[in-house]
Design a protein around this ligand. Sequence first.
Ligand code: ADP
Ligand code: MG
Length: 343
Amino acid sequence: MSGRRPVPGEFEIIERYFAPLTAGEPGAFGLADDAAVVAPRAGGSLVVTTDAVVAGVHFPPDALPEDIACKALAVNVSDVAAMGARPWLYTLALAMPESVDDGWLARFSGALATEQAAFGVTLVGGDTVATPGPLTLSVTMVAVAEQGRVLRRSGARPGDAVYVSGTVGDAALGLLTVRGDLAGIDDAARRSLAERYHRPRPRVDLGLRLNADGLARAAIDVSDGLIADLGHICAESGVGSVVELPRVPLSDAARQALAADAALMEAVLAGGDDYELVFTAPPSQAATLTALARDLDLPLTEIGHIDDGPAGGGGPPVRVRDVGGRVTTPARDGYRHFRADPA
Ligand code: ADP
Ligand code: MG
Protein backbone atom coordinates (compact mmCIF):
# COMPACT_ATOMS: atom_id res chain seq x y z
CA MET A 1 0.00 0.00 0.00
CA SER A 2 1.38 3.42 -0.89
CA GLY A 3 1.04 5.18 2.43
CA ARG A 4 0.14 8.79 2.80
CA ARG A 5 3.08 10.64 4.34
CA PRO A 6 1.83 13.48 6.56
CA VAL A 7 3.36 16.89 5.91
CA PRO A 8 6.30 17.90 8.09
CA GLY A 9 6.19 21.13 10.08
CA GLU A 10 5.98 24.52 8.41
CA PHE A 11 9.67 25.33 8.78
CA GLU A 12 10.74 21.96 7.47
CA ILE A 13 8.44 22.38 4.46
CA ILE A 14 9.96 25.75 3.68
CA GLU A 15 13.52 24.55 4.10
CA ARG A 16 13.14 21.24 2.30
CA TYR A 17 10.82 22.08 -0.57
CA PHE A 18 10.92 25.81 -1.18
CA ALA A 19 14.37 27.10 -0.15
CA PRO A 20 16.09 25.19 -3.02
CA LEU A 21 13.95 27.15 -5.49
CA THR A 22 15.59 30.42 -4.43
CA ALA A 23 19.07 29.39 -5.53
CA GLY A 24 19.14 31.95 -8.36
CA GLU A 25 18.50 34.94 -6.08
CA PRO A 26 20.90 35.60 -3.18
CA GLY A 27 18.51 38.30 -1.88
CA ALA A 28 16.05 35.56 -0.93
CA PHE A 29 18.52 34.51 1.82
CA GLY A 30 17.48 30.91 1.25
CA LEU A 31 14.11 31.78 2.89
CA ALA A 32 15.94 31.94 6.22
CA ASP A 33 14.99 35.55 6.94
CA ASP A 34 11.73 37.48 7.25
CA ALA A 35 11.73 38.94 3.75
CA ALA A 36 13.71 39.09 0.51
CA VAL A 37 15.77 42.11 -0.56
CA VAL A 38 16.17 42.75 -4.29
CA ALA A 39 16.91 45.68 -6.57
CA PRO A 40 15.94 46.15 -10.21
CA ARG A 41 18.73 47.22 -12.56
CA ALA A 42 19.09 50.96 -13.07
CA GLY A 43 16.37 52.36 -15.32
CA GLY A 44 14.13 49.34 -14.95
CA SER A 45 10.53 49.63 -13.76
CA LEU A 46 8.93 46.89 -11.70
CA VAL A 47 5.69 45.41 -13.00
CA VAL A 48 3.83 43.58 -10.22
CA THR A 49 0.78 41.34 -10.25
CA THR A 50 -0.95 38.70 -8.09
CA ASP A 51 -3.22 35.89 -9.21
CA ALA A 52 -4.63 33.19 -6.97
CA VAL A 53 -5.72 29.78 -8.18
CA VAL A 54 -8.22 27.77 -6.14
CA ALA A 55 -9.02 24.04 -6.32
CA GLY A 56 -12.46 23.54 -7.79
CA VAL A 57 -12.43 26.99 -9.39
CA HIS A 58 -9.25 27.27 -11.47
CA PHE A 59 -8.27 23.62 -11.61
CA PRO A 60 -10.09 20.35 -10.86
CA PRO A 61 -9.74 19.18 -7.23
CA ASP A 62 -7.95 16.04 -8.52
CA ALA A 63 -5.49 17.91 -10.77
CA LEU A 64 -1.88 16.69 -10.72
CA PRO A 65 0.56 18.67 -8.55
CA GLU A 66 2.67 19.24 -11.69
CA ASP A 67 -0.27 20.84 -13.51
CA ILE A 68 -1.17 22.98 -10.50
CA ALA A 69 2.41 24.28 -10.26
CA CYS A 70 2.38 25.15 -13.95
CA LYS A 71 -0.97 26.93 -13.80
CA ALA A 72 -0.16 28.96 -10.67
CA LEU A 73 2.97 30.34 -12.33
CA ALA A 74 1.63 30.59 -15.88
CA VAL A 75 -1.39 32.73 -15.06
CA ASN A 76 0.91 35.27 -13.41
CA VAL A 77 3.59 35.14 -16.08
CA SER A 78 0.84 35.72 -18.64
CA ASP A 79 -0.28 38.94 -16.95
CA VAL A 80 3.18 40.48 -17.08
CA ALA A 81 3.66 39.15 -20.64
CA ALA A 82 0.56 41.12 -21.60
CA MET A 83 2.26 44.23 -20.20
CA GLY A 84 5.32 43.54 -22.34
CA ALA A 85 7.51 42.95 -19.28
CA ARG A 86 10.10 40.28 -18.50
CA PRO A 87 9.13 38.08 -15.51
CA TRP A 88 11.82 38.03 -12.82
CA LEU A 89 10.84 36.96 -9.28
CA TYR A 90 7.81 35.58 -7.50
CA THR A 91 6.41 34.80 -4.08
CA LEU A 92 4.05 31.95 -3.30
CA ALA A 93 1.40 31.82 -0.60
CA LEU A 94 0.27 28.24 -0.22
CA ALA A 95 -2.88 27.38 1.75
CA MET A 96 -3.04 23.61 2.15
CA PRO A 97 -6.00 21.45 3.22
CA GLU A 98 -5.32 18.27 5.19
CA SER A 99 -5.51 16.19 2.01
CA VAL A 100 -2.10 17.53 0.94
CA ASP A 101 0.64 15.12 1.97
CA ASP A 102 4.41 15.06 1.82
CA GLY A 103 4.43 13.24 -1.52
CA TRP A 104 2.27 15.98 -3.01
CA LEU A 105 4.67 18.66 -1.75
CA ALA A 106 7.65 16.81 -3.23
CA ARG A 107 6.00 16.55 -6.64
CA PHE A 108 4.66 20.10 -6.51
CA SER A 109 7.98 21.71 -5.58
CA GLY A 110 9.82 19.55 -8.13
CA ALA A 111 7.47 20.76 -10.84
CA LEU A 112 7.82 24.35 -9.65
CA ALA A 113 11.58 24.04 -10.15
CA THR A 114 11.04 22.92 -13.75
CA GLU A 115 8.40 25.52 -14.51
CA GLN A 116 10.26 28.43 -12.95
CA ALA A 117 13.31 27.56 -15.04
CA ALA A 118 11.16 27.45 -18.18
CA PHE A 119 9.62 30.83 -17.37
CA GLY A 120 12.95 32.33 -16.25
CA VAL A 121 11.74 33.26 -12.75
CA THR A 122 13.00 32.60 -9.21
CA LEU A 123 11.11 32.09 -5.97
CA VAL A 124 12.02 34.66 -3.30
CA GLY A 125 9.42 34.25 -0.56
CA GLY A 126 5.92 33.33 0.39
CA ASP A 127 3.78 31.91 3.13
CA THR A 128 2.74 28.40 4.13
CA VAL A 129 -0.51 27.89 6.00
CA ALA A 130 -3.13 25.24 6.68
CA THR A 131 -6.71 25.86 5.59
CA PRO A 132 -10.09 24.21 6.26
CA GLY A 133 -10.98 25.27 2.70
CA PRO A 134 -9.76 24.14 -0.73
CA LEU A 135 -6.12 24.15 -1.82
CA THR A 136 -5.29 27.75 -2.74
CA LEU A 137 -2.13 29.15 -4.29
CA SER A 138 -1.50 32.84 -4.54
CA VAL A 139 1.50 33.91 -6.58
CA THR A 140 2.85 37.44 -6.79
CA MET A 141 4.99 38.00 -9.86
CA VAL A 142 7.53 40.77 -10.22
CA ALA A 143 8.65 41.63 -13.75
CA VAL A 144 10.87 44.28 -15.26
CA ALA A 145 10.20 46.79 -18.04
CA GLU A 146 12.28 49.64 -19.49
CA GLN A 147 11.50 52.85 -17.58
CA GLY A 148 7.74 52.43 -17.33
CA ARG A 149 7.41 51.42 -20.97
CA VAL A 150 4.58 48.87 -20.99
CA LEU A 151 1.64 47.70 -23.10
CA ARG A 152 -1.60 49.05 -21.67
CA ARG A 153 -5.17 48.01 -22.38
CA SER A 154 -6.05 51.62 -23.05
CA GLY A 155 -4.14 52.38 -26.25
CA ALA A 156 -6.49 50.98 -28.94
CA ARG A 157 -7.69 53.43 -31.64
CA PRO A 158 -10.45 53.14 -34.27
CA GLY A 159 -8.89 51.73 -37.42
CA ASP A 160 -6.46 49.46 -35.55
CA ALA A 161 -6.33 45.84 -36.56
CA VAL A 162 -7.04 43.27 -33.80
CA TYR A 163 -4.66 40.32 -33.59
CA VAL A 164 -4.54 37.17 -31.51
CA SER A 165 -1.55 34.85 -31.05
CA GLY A 166 -1.67 31.06 -31.39
CA THR A 167 -5.09 29.44 -31.46
CA VAL A 168 -8.26 30.26 -29.55
CA GLY A 169 -10.60 28.06 -27.53
CA ASP A 170 -8.33 25.07 -26.93
CA ALA A 171 -8.28 25.49 -23.15
CA ALA A 172 -12.07 25.83 -22.95
CA LEU A 173 -12.49 22.68 -25.04
CA GLY A 174 -9.71 21.08 -22.98
CA LEU A 175 -11.71 21.71 -19.79
CA LEU A 176 -14.71 20.01 -21.43
CA THR A 177 -12.58 16.97 -22.33
CA VAL A 178 -11.14 16.81 -18.81
CA ARG A 179 -14.70 16.78 -17.46
CA GLY A 180 -15.67 14.11 -19.98
CA ASP A 181 -18.11 16.48 -21.69
CA LEU A 182 -16.66 16.51 -25.21
CA ALA A 183 -17.60 13.86 -27.76
CA GLY A 184 -16.68 13.23 -31.38
CA ILE A 185 -12.91 13.81 -31.29
CA ASP A 186 -10.02 11.34 -31.45
CA ASP A 187 -7.57 10.60 -28.62
CA ALA A 188 -4.78 12.74 -30.01
CA ALA A 189 -7.11 15.75 -30.19
CA ARG A 190 -8.35 15.03 -26.67
CA ARG A 191 -4.79 14.93 -25.35
CA SER A 192 -3.72 18.12 -27.08
CA LEU A 193 -6.78 20.06 -25.82
CA ALA A 194 -6.32 18.80 -22.24
CA GLU A 195 -2.65 19.78 -22.42
CA ARG A 196 -3.60 23.31 -23.48
CA TYR A 197 -5.92 23.51 -20.47
CA HIS A 198 -3.47 22.10 -17.92
CA ARG A 199 -0.23 23.61 -19.22
CA PRO A 200 -0.68 27.17 -20.41
CA ARG A 201 2.30 28.64 -22.28
CA PRO A 202 2.27 32.40 -21.71
CA ARG A 203 3.55 34.49 -24.62
CA VAL A 204 6.43 36.28 -22.91
CA ASP A 205 8.63 36.70 -25.99
CA LEU A 206 5.73 38.05 -28.00
CA GLY A 207 4.83 40.60 -25.32
CA LEU A 208 8.45 41.75 -25.08
CA ARG A 209 8.76 42.22 -28.85
CA LEU A 210 5.39 43.97 -29.23
CA ASN A 211 6.46 46.37 -26.49
CA ALA A 212 10.12 46.94 -27.30
CA ASP A 213 9.54 47.40 -31.02
CA GLY A 214 6.48 49.64 -30.49
CA LEU A 215 4.29 47.33 -32.58
CA ALA A 216 1.12 47.15 -30.49
CA ARG A 217 -1.07 49.96 -29.18
CA ALA A 218 -2.96 47.85 -26.64
CA ALA A 219 -2.67 44.30 -25.33
CA ILE A 220 -4.29 41.84 -22.91
CA ASP A 221 -3.91 38.14 -22.23
CA VAL A 222 -6.85 35.83 -22.84
CA SER A 223 -7.76 34.57 -19.37
CA ASP A 224 -11.52 35.18 -19.28
CA GLY A 225 -12.31 34.54 -22.96
CA LEU A 226 -11.54 36.17 -26.31
CA ILE A 227 -14.68 38.33 -26.44
CA ALA A 228 -14.55 39.33 -22.76
CA ASP A 229 -10.86 40.21 -22.85
CA LEU A 230 -11.10 42.14 -26.11
CA GLY A 231 -14.02 43.85 -24.37
CA HIS A 232 -11.63 44.97 -21.61
CA ILE A 233 -9.37 46.59 -24.22
CA CYS A 234 -12.42 48.32 -25.72
CA ALA A 235 -13.67 49.54 -22.33
CA GLU A 236 -10.29 50.94 -21.30
CA SER A 237 -9.69 52.49 -24.73
CA GLY A 238 -13.23 53.88 -25.18
CA VAL A 239 -13.69 52.08 -28.50
CA GLY A 240 -15.61 49.15 -30.03
CA SER A 241 -14.53 46.16 -32.04
CA VAL A 242 -15.77 43.74 -34.69
CA VAL A 243 -14.37 40.18 -34.75
CA GLU A 244 -14.59 38.28 -38.06
CA LEU A 245 -15.63 34.80 -36.90
CA PRO A 246 -14.21 32.89 -39.90
CA ARG A 247 -10.79 34.35 -39.15
CA VAL A 248 -10.55 33.21 -35.52
CA PRO A 249 -7.56 30.82 -35.54
CA LEU A 250 -8.44 27.27 -34.47
CA SER A 251 -6.25 24.24 -33.81
CA ASP A 252 -6.89 21.01 -35.69
CA ALA A 253 -8.24 19.54 -32.47
CA ALA A 254 -10.67 22.45 -32.01
CA ARG A 255 -11.79 22.06 -35.66
CA GLN A 256 -12.58 18.41 -34.99
CA ALA A 257 -14.66 19.34 -31.96
CA LEU A 258 -16.52 22.04 -33.88
CA ALA A 259 -17.17 19.72 -36.82
CA ALA A 260 -18.90 17.37 -34.36
CA ASP A 261 -20.81 20.16 -32.63
CA ALA A 262 -20.91 23.65 -34.16
CA ALA A 263 -22.52 25.07 -31.00
CA LEU A 264 -19.14 24.73 -29.28
CA MET A 265 -18.13 27.98 -31.03
CA GLU A 266 -19.74 29.74 -28.06
CA ALA A 267 -17.28 28.02 -25.69
CA VAL A 268 -14.40 28.89 -28.04
CA LEU A 269 -15.28 32.59 -27.98
CA ALA A 270 -16.27 32.85 -24.30
CA GLY A 271 -13.94 30.27 -22.74
CA GLY A 272 -10.90 31.47 -20.84
CA ASP A 273 -7.52 30.01 -19.97
CA ASP A 274 -5.86 30.14 -23.40
CA TYR A 275 -3.30 32.72 -22.20
CA GLU A 276 -2.72 33.91 -25.73
CA LEU A 277 -2.23 37.63 -26.28
CA VAL A 278 -4.86 39.81 -27.97
CA PHE A 279 -3.46 43.10 -29.20
CA THR A 280 -4.23 45.96 -31.51
CA ALA A 281 -1.89 47.57 -34.00
CA PRO A 282 -2.23 50.15 -36.74
CA PRO A 283 -2.58 48.60 -40.23
CA SER A 284 0.85 49.98 -41.14
CA GLN A 285 2.43 47.29 -38.89
CA ALA A 286 0.98 44.34 -40.85
CA ALA A 287 4.20 43.37 -42.65
CA THR A 288 6.32 43.71 -39.50
CA LEU A 289 3.90 41.51 -37.58
CA THR A 290 4.03 38.88 -40.32
CA ALA A 291 7.82 38.86 -39.98
CA LEU A 292 7.57 38.71 -36.17
CA ALA A 293 5.23 35.70 -36.36
CA ARG A 294 7.81 33.93 -38.52
CA ASP A 295 10.59 34.93 -36.12
CA LEU A 296 8.77 33.60 -33.07
CA ASP A 297 7.32 30.61 -34.92
CA LEU A 298 3.95 31.67 -33.52
CA PRO A 299 0.85 32.44 -35.60
CA LEU A 300 -0.34 36.05 -35.26
CA THR A 301 -3.78 36.30 -36.85
CA GLU A 302 -5.67 39.46 -37.71
CA ILE A 303 -9.19 38.65 -36.49
CA GLY A 304 -10.95 42.00 -36.76
CA HIS A 305 -10.65 45.71 -36.21
CA ILE A 306 -11.30 48.49 -33.75
CA ASP A 307 -14.10 50.99 -34.45
CA ASP A 308 -16.06 53.69 -32.63
CA GLY A 309 -18.39 51.15 -31.03
CA PRO A 310 -22.00 50.08 -31.64
CA ALA A 311 -24.03 52.55 -33.74
CA GLY A 312 -26.01 54.85 -31.46
CA GLY A 313 -23.69 54.09 -28.54
CA GLY A 314 -24.42 51.70 -25.65
CA GLY A 315 -24.47 47.91 -25.82
CA PRO A 316 -21.53 45.52 -25.68
CA PRO A 317 -18.47 46.98 -27.44
CA VAL A 318 -17.46 43.70 -29.13
CA ARG A 319 -19.57 42.39 -32.00
CA VAL A 320 -18.92 39.39 -34.21
CA ARG A 321 -19.46 39.00 -37.96
CA ASP A 322 -20.31 35.46 -39.12
CA VAL A 323 -19.54 33.73 -42.44
CA GLY A 324 -22.71 35.20 -43.96
CA GLY A 325 -21.73 38.76 -42.99
CA ARG A 326 -24.32 39.03 -40.22
CA VAL A 327 -23.11 41.14 -37.28
CA THR A 328 -24.32 40.09 -33.82
CA THR A 329 -23.46 40.43 -30.15
CA PRO A 330 -22.27 37.20 -28.48
CA ALA A 331 -24.80 35.88 -25.99
CA ARG A 332 -22.16 34.96 -23.42
CA ASP A 333 -18.86 36.75 -23.40
CA GLY A 334 -16.68 35.17 -20.74
CA TYR A 335 -16.03 33.77 -17.30
CA ARG A 336 -17.21 35.75 -14.28
CA HIS A 337 -16.49 35.03 -10.64
CA PHE A 338 -19.33 37.20 -9.40
CA ARG A 339 -22.82 37.47 -10.82
CA ALA A 340 -22.79 41.24 -10.49
CA ASP A 341 -19.67 41.73 -12.62
CA PRO A 342 -20.48 44.03 -15.54
CA ALA A 343 -20.14 42.75 -19.10
P1 ADP B 1 6.46 34.74 9.32
O1 ADP B 1 5.86 33.80 10.29
O2 ADP B 1 7.30 35.83 9.88
O3 ADP B 1 5.49 35.20 8.27
P2 ADP B 1 7.28 32.56 7.72
O4 ADP B 1 7.69 31.45 8.57
O5 ADP B 1 5.91 32.58 7.15
O6 ADP B 1 7.55 33.89 8.52
O7 ADP B 1 8.30 32.70 6.53
C1 ADP B 1 9.68 32.56 6.73
C2 ADP B 1 10.38 32.77 5.42
O8 ADP B 1 9.98 31.74 4.51
C3 ADP B 1 10.05 34.08 4.75
O9 ADP B 1 11.20 34.54 4.08
C4 ADP B 1 8.98 33.69 3.74
O10 ADP B 1 8.98 34.57 2.62
C5 ADP B 1 9.40 32.28 3.37
N1 ADP B 1 8.28 31.39 2.96
C6 ADP B 1 7.29 30.89 3.73
N2 ADP B 1 6.47 30.08 3.01
C7 ADP B 1 6.95 30.07 1.75
C8 ADP B 1 6.54 29.45 0.54
N3 ADP B 1 5.45 28.67 0.44
N4 ADP B 1 7.28 29.69 -0.56
C9 ADP B 1 8.35 30.48 -0.50
N5 ADP B 1 8.78 31.09 0.59
C10 ADP B 1 8.10 30.90 1.73
MG1 MG C 1 4.37 33.87 7.19
